[in-house]
Design a protein around this ligand. Structure first.
Ligand SMILES: [Zn+2]
Length: 116
């Protein structure tokens, strides 16, 4: 995939994992992760507990190794690279945070509706 797409995927993972971790866990630690994708150095700041950090690092590894030039959604991938357990856990995080984000967007819309 293109580097821009890769960065985008990384940012999405970061956002979703951080929302989930903040709600569910404590003892988050700030970490800086350096990734090398297609000879470009990508720096990413994370604020996650050790457990979530391990999970997101797994996802980063999988993304780094993703062979698709045009990446499908992982859910629709013909040969998924995640191990089943990891996939389930990541899916849970994404679903939870997706719902949270969806809800807060709706709340914002409603607030705007009643703003004078
Ligand atoms: Zn966590």
């Amino acid at each position: 995939m293109e580097t821009a797409k890769f960065k985008n995927e990384i940012q999405t993972l970061k956002k979703f994992f951080e929302i989930y971790c903040k709600e569910k866990h404590s003892d988050q630690e700030k970490t800086v992760k350096i990734l090398n994708y297609k000879n470009e150095i990508i720096e990413i700041n994370l604020n996650l507990c050790p457990e979530c950090l391990k999970k997101i690092e797994y996802s980063f590894e999988k993304l780094l190794a993703c062979p698709h030039e045009i990446k499908p959604r992982c859910r629709a991938c013909p040969n998924p690279c995640y191990e089943k357990k990891q996939w389930k856990e990541t899916a849970k995080v994404m679903r939870y945070s997706g719902m949270k984000l969806g809800l807060s967007n709706i709340n914002k819309k409603i607030k705007n509706l009643f703003k004078k």
